[in-house]
Design a binder for this molecule. Sequence first.
Ligand code: NI
Length: 151
Amino acid sequence: MSVRKIITIGDELLSKKCHEVTKFDDRLFALLDDMQETMRDSDGVGLAAPQVGILRRVVVIDVGEGYFELINPKIISCEGSQYGTEGCLSVPGKHGDVERPMLVTFEAYDRNGNKYDKTVEGLFARCVCHELDHLDGKLYVEIADNLADNE
Ligand code: NI
């Protein structure tokens, strides 16, 4: 495992739409392992593959409810709403307020190619929405209010 370089806002790769994963192979495992290590090294709660320059639909998340790998994830349904602060490892030193659903049900594949679904709420739901936006080339700063520098 190794920590990969996180690319930041202004890099055109962050605005590209990512491709679906078709091969669940050693290369994918290495990417996932590196993404987990990179997320932990930066004290992040989520990381999307384009943030390390890989245009694949791969996300890792750990908001304190366990570590999850989301491959080719899709949001199936949303409920309610929450309004709160977000930041992004690709937009260092900033934060802003974003409205997101309170409850999100998504489906995804795990690293072995098994499909699963999960319903999450609160911070986990916020994180799923934020990371999936990355896979479509979208950054939270495009939809945030009160964008400001961190203290
Ligand atoms: Ni982000």
